[in-house]
Design a protein around this ligand. Structure first.
Ligand code: NIG
Ligand code: FE
Length: 420
């Protein structure tokens, strides 16, 4: 493997510091001007000013990349996606565009259950093939770690099939995958009206396999009107916690049920969506260690209002941003769009957005000691932009300006690019 040295970096964004960053600290991205990064055996071995490091490291021993007119930052961590699924739901998207709501579609038997049908029909190989293509596309956007959820099986075989697809993809693809078990994504037809029975089936029949075979790191639930209520969510998550899993919750997305407060009381690692989180919920999050994972492309796609990122940051919460890539509510894996919406519609600064997509994304997956920032000892996952500053990320609305992606010390993407 070629070792790499990046020199004269116009803007080196390290995102260094204690993770997760909350409140004001989210604005601190650890900028180094005329920066330099030295990479050896897939790890970062030095970070600093070019003038200082070039006196310690011999440039001839490395593949050197001059980054005079470039910004360099940690690889993006997309910490909330549902990227393993069969089939598409373009008809629902167009029905929503015409005025139907996500809930209207769910009530008439559409939504998640459509994807469940096609995911049950897909073979493991088909899911791997689809997943590989989606990971290729994520890597182009500079995503070096992604979280993926099951939840389109709602039966033993298909849930396990989704998790196995992710395990296999993690072995064969450069992008690192962290898996979450979301068997409690919806109530399958077979259990309609017997939510508790379905949750007991997951607890007794599926979670033990997930645990034994180490197929998922997190347990998640869709706590929502018409799906799982607060009491059921609490019951299920408490059992999962007793089994040693760390928790995530799809909370207060469409209807305010109090999932945000539940996440805080259970000390979940993240509470996700939060479009309708209450003031009390935000206060409870701020007091807890729970990271608020906000998903602006979902709000955009559903034509819902955005989560109140400003109030959360002002209250000292830690925020992660992610795509929520899935076939229903948000069929996009576009990091450029997440960045643009974060800045334009959630009133976040570009620094806060970058923190939310890097070190806080890593903390949302409990891998902040390994990735998420450009620091000595961490995995060399980083990206080089086609422009001299991260300010160009939101300015290039919806455009991918990532030129080079370095994953575990290897150049895995080198795009033609060029400034517009
Ligand atoms: O995060 N909210 C629940 N789950 C997904 C949507 C899943 C779907 O519609 O297929 C989400 O938005
Ligand atoms: Fe989701």
């Amino acid at each position: 493997m070629n070792d790499i040295i990046l020199t004269n970096i116009n803007e080196l964004i390290t995102c260094k510091g204690h993770a997760p960053k909350s409140g004001k600290e989210m604005n601190n991205v650890g900028l180094i001007k005329k920066g330099c990064v030295v990479i050896k055996n897939g790890r970062i071995i030095a970070v600093g000013k070019t003038s200082e490091l070039l006196s310690q490291y011999n440039i001839k021993d490395y593949e050197s990349i001059d980054c005079s007119n470039k910004a360099v930052l940690p690889g993006f961590i997309d910490s909330h996606t549902h990227f393993i699924f069969g089939g598409y739901r373009e008809d629902e998207f167009l029905a929503r565009a015409k005025g139907d709501s996500y809930m209207d579609i769910l009530k008439r038997g559409g939504g998640i259950s459509n994807t469940v049908k096609s995911t049950r029909e897909a073979s493991l190989d088909e899911l791997i093939k689809l997943g590989r293509r989606r990971l290729d596309s994520m890597l182009e956007f500079g995503v070096t770690t992604v979280e993926g959820k099951s939840g389109y099986g709602l039966d033993y075989d298909t849930e396990i099939k989704q998790l196995k697809a992710m395990r296999e993809l993690n072995n064969i693809h450069q992008v690192d995958i962290i898996s979450t078990f979301l068997g409690a994504h919806s109530v399958p037809m077979e259990y309609k009206g017997s939510e508790k029975k379905y949750l007991d089936f997951l607890i007794n029949e599926v979670l033990p396999t997930v645990k034994k075979e180490n197929l998922a790191k997190f347990i998640d639930i869709f706590c929502e009107q018409g799906v799982f209520n607060i009491e059921q969510s609490k019951y299920y998550l408490t059992k999962a916690k007793e089994m040693g899993f760390s928790l995530k919750i799809h909370a207060d997305e469409i209807v305010r049920l109090g999932g945000t407060e539940l996440a805080a009381s259970l000390n979940a690692i993240t509470a996700d969506h939060l479009l309708n989180a209450s003031k009390e919920g935000i206060k409870a999050l701020a007091k807890s260690n729970v990271i608020a994972t906000l998903l602006p492309t979902t709000a955009f796609s559903l034509k819902e209002k955005y989560a109140n990122a400003r109030e959360m940051i002002n209250s000292n919460c830690a925020i992660a941003l992610a795509t929520d890539f899935n076939p229903g509510s948000c069929f996009t894996n576009s990091i450029p769009l997440v960045i643009a919406l974060g800045v334009l519609h959630m009133n976040m600064s570009i620094n806060e957005v970058i923190t939310a997509l890097t070190i806080n994304g890593a903390a949302a997956l409990d891998i902040q000691d390994e990735v998420g920032s450009i620091e000595v000892g961490k995995k060399a996952d980083l990206i080089i932009l086609d422009y001299p500053s991260i300010d160009f990320l939101p300015y290039n609305i919806g455009i991918n300006i990532v030129k080079t992606v370095i994953k575990s010390g290897k150049i895995v993407i080198n795009r033609q690019g060029g400034q517009l």
